[in-house]
Design a protein around this ligand. Structure first.
Ligand code: MF3
Ligand code: CO
Length: 253
């Protein structure tokens, strides 16, 4: 069952979304070559606390950190640790916060220092694909219109769109119905309605889309070792358009 949020609930969700947006914006400036990924997590833990929020990921199914930091061939769910970020690394950061019982969830990818043209195109395409999906998130469309738009944008570049992880509804829990695949035929699945709040999150690879999970039980990497990028926004569908809750200045598209 897809739970519809009232305008009042959506305005409460803005607060969680804003904390995540501000955290990711802060980390963009904070991340640099020579830092260990656990230092990004420590910074995030403090930031979320100062914002009066709670980290959404910490303790989720035993997850041990506040953010996920996935470097290069790591796709998602990289556990912050001793890995030292190098010049040219493609770093994906996924963060979630809870405010007043509501969740916000978003992710960005960036390249630290000197970027290879291929890595840059991968990052730019993944961000574009997310926004293509967001553009389809409007009343009267169907859920797979989002999925299809994401896939089209990614495959136009001959990149791989990951199948094994999907987006999701979000609200009083981080993961609510519906699951949102990043691929598929258009015009399928539930009709989109005002009050749906969704986390859309394409994961894109430079090579094959197959992924595997490492022995730590979390870190998903590309099977072929190719680079991967990940962007995510939490968005609310309203009668007057889509509202991106995890943008710094709330965007209506
Ligand atoms: N954005 C990710 C998701 O929606 C965050 C989950 S990471 C976890 O699945 F560590 F919290 F599981
Ligand atoms: Co998510």
């Amino acid at each position: 069952m897809i739970e519809l949020k009232s305008p009042e609930e959506i305005s409460r969700m803005r607060r969680a979304g804003r904390v995540v947006a501000e955290l990711l914006d802060h980390l963009k400036g904070y991340v640099r070559a020579g830092l260990r990924t656990r230092e990004l997590d420590a910074e995030s833990r403090n930031f979320i606390k100062r914002a009066g929020a709670k980290p959404a990921f910490l303790g989720y199914r035993g997850y041990p950190a506040c953010i996920c930091v996935s470097v290069n061939e790591e796709v998602v769910h990289g556990i912050p640790g001793e890995r030292v970020i190098q010049d040219g690394d493609l770093v994906s950061i996924d963060a979630g916060a809870v405010v007043d019982g509501f969740y916000g969830d978003a992710a960005i990818s960036l390249i630290v220092g000197q970027a290879s043209p291929e890595a840059q195109r991968l990052v730019d395409t993944t961000r574009d694909a997310l926004w293509e999906g967001i553009r389809q998130a409007r009343v009267g469309n169907r859920l797979s219109d989002i999925s299809h738009a994401v896939q089209l944008r990614v495959e136009k570049e001959k990149f791989g769109i990951v199948r094994d992880f999907v987006g999701h509804g979000i609200g009083r829990a981080m993961h609510e119905d519906p699951p949102i695949p990043n691929f598929g035929a258009p015009n399928m699945g539930p009709r989109l309605r005002a009050g749906m709040v969704l986390a859309i999150e394409p994961m894109v690879t430079l090579g094959d889309y197959a992924v595997e999970v490492l022995k730590d039980g979390w870190t998903a990497v590309t099977k072929d070792g190719s680079l991967a990028a990940h962007f995510e926004h939490s968005i609310a569908i309203t009668d007057s358009g889509v509202e991106v809750l995890t943008e710094l200045a709330p965007v209506r598209a």
